[in-house]
Design a protein around this ligand. Sequence first.
Ligand code: CTP
Ligand code: MG
Length: 233
Amino acid sequence: MTAQLNPRGDVAVLVPAAGAGVRLGPGRPKALRLLAGEPLLVHAVRGLAAAASVHTIVVAAPVAEVSTVRDLLAPIAPVIVVPGGAERQSSVAAALAAVPAGPDIVLVHDAARALTPATLVESVAAAVRAGHDAVIPVLPVVDTIKEVDAGGTVRGTVDRAALRAVQTPQGFRRAVLAAAHAAAADALTDDAGLVEKQGVPVFCVPGSDHALKITRPFDLAVAEQLLARTLDS
Ligand code: CTP
Ligand code: MG
């Protein structure tokens, strides 16, 4: 059954999904790799469609897979699919350009964070709605972090108390994200980085362990276990 998105929702979600997945090893583009028998992108879009505020979902697909992705997602939710770019940032820009008039809040969410709970989508959107122009979900850093030189010798230990690991979805007032992308020079790995360069304060909300990014084969194995447990309970 296709999940209908909320026509009164105020949130558009951009889903960059055009990456190759080099670190996952040889195979199809990462968004189409299987997790418990379904492509990562299907899991990701299903989670987004379950969030009540979501009005529009725009997926940036690998250029050669646009029609495959359209067919794959049609039974899951009504989504707009556009060809992605060579860098994550250009994929996000392509998706942003396809957002119809209406939603005032834009979230950017990696397809690779396939198990992100709808509650996290809602908490990021709620913080934007409450007046923060840019919002990111974060987790405390658990490992000790050291700065190391090119030769492998430690230069110092970083105080981790002030450090956070950053996840997606990252949420923005639409005009703020559009201005940041319009002004972007170098390709960055997250959208909040572009907004920071514009001098806009970025507000943090608690992230979720379930929003882990599937990057390497180990992460895929962890995600399989998490999903199996969620289905059991
Ligand atoms: N992404 C994208 N367009 C690109 C590169 C990345 O839309 N040109 C997307 C990926 O599909 C992913 C998200 O950005 O959902 C985060 O990127 P990452 O985890 O690095 O995915 P890949 O680039 O696919 O993986 P790798 O770097 O290992 O090749
Ligand atoms: Mg990448």
